[in-house]
Design a protein around this ligand. Sequence first.
Ligand SMILES: NC(=O)c1ccc[n+]([C@@H]2O[C@H](COP(=O)([O-])OP(=O)(O)OC[C@H]3O[C@@H](n4cnc5c(N)ncnc54)[C@H](OP(=O)(O)O)[C@@H]3O)[C@@H](O)[C@H]2O)c1
Length: 270
Amino acid sequence: MSTDNSRTNKPCIVVTGATGYFGGYFVEALAQDYHVLAMARNLEKLEAMQQRLGDNVTPVCCDLSDLEQARTSMRYIMREYNVVGLVNNAFPLGKATGFNTPDGALDKITTDMMLNAFSAGAVAPMVLIQEFGNALMERKATGKIVNISSMYASVSPDPVLYEGKTTFNPVSYGMTKAALEYLTKYVASFWGAKGIRCNAIAPGPFPNVEFDSENATRDNQFLDRLRAKNCNHEVGHPTQLLGALRLLLSDDAEFINGEVIRVDGGWTVR
Ligand SMILES: NC(=O)c1ccc[n+]([C@@H]2O[C@H](COP(=O)([O-])OP(=O)(O)OC[C@H]3O[C@@H](n4cnc5c(N)ncnc54)[C@H](OP(=O)(O)O)[C@@H]3O)[C@@H](O)[C@H]2O)c1
């Protein structure tokens, strides 16, 4: 990671899960107005992203499942960069948390899978928020936090979507995202008066049909089921999250605090 702060006159935003389906679009959009500290585990992917997007992006290689590493990395970033925003977007959407394996089913899911989900998806964001908030309060600066939640923080997946399938959206996921939304409100409540706003975006169905990853979907029948269930008969694309993301990081959202903005095509209204 670079320590050359002279390149970063721009205000900085930390984006976790930077190399993923959403993260790529988030970093590209935010790099137009900010310097982005792009955090993920895979250094090769991070460096490719920096090559593509240029000097407005600094890679930060960090495994958020290692909570001490998460804390040390964020403390370093807060010391070295003029950070004004934090986007908690990372989540391990793989077998370790019960995705893409029959063992993620309600009757089989293991405590390890649940703890892995909670650790990387709720405790790690809390650790990053703590380091972010403490550093800002020390220098009497203000900041904005955006947590990326999910429709499954507030509704359960419909079993009909998974008929004939052996893999599911596991219970560990919604439990963790519900905790992340609670954390959003708690931080808004306790740090709002210090000028630190905390909000969430709850995306609906945004199946990754573009890139190879543990989370990619090529199952057309499943995609059709998702579309049929949604109010607008569509699934989303990450560019449709950018409006809410930019708003929550901007001063136009000065009076928005503790809010969860649903960007789900209407999924959660029925
Ligand atoms: N796609 C959807 O339909 C959807 C819907 C609602 C909500 N969401 C939420 O939106 C966020 C992004 O989803 P996505 O579809 O972009 O997922 P994705 O493509 O699987 O990307 C996940 C990102 O998180 C990083 N990551 C995973 N585990 C990590 C760890 N332990 N430490 C550090 N980084 C880690 C991954 O990077 P490396 O593997 O390179 O480290 C990757 O950059 C997630 O919070 C997800 O729950 C997604």
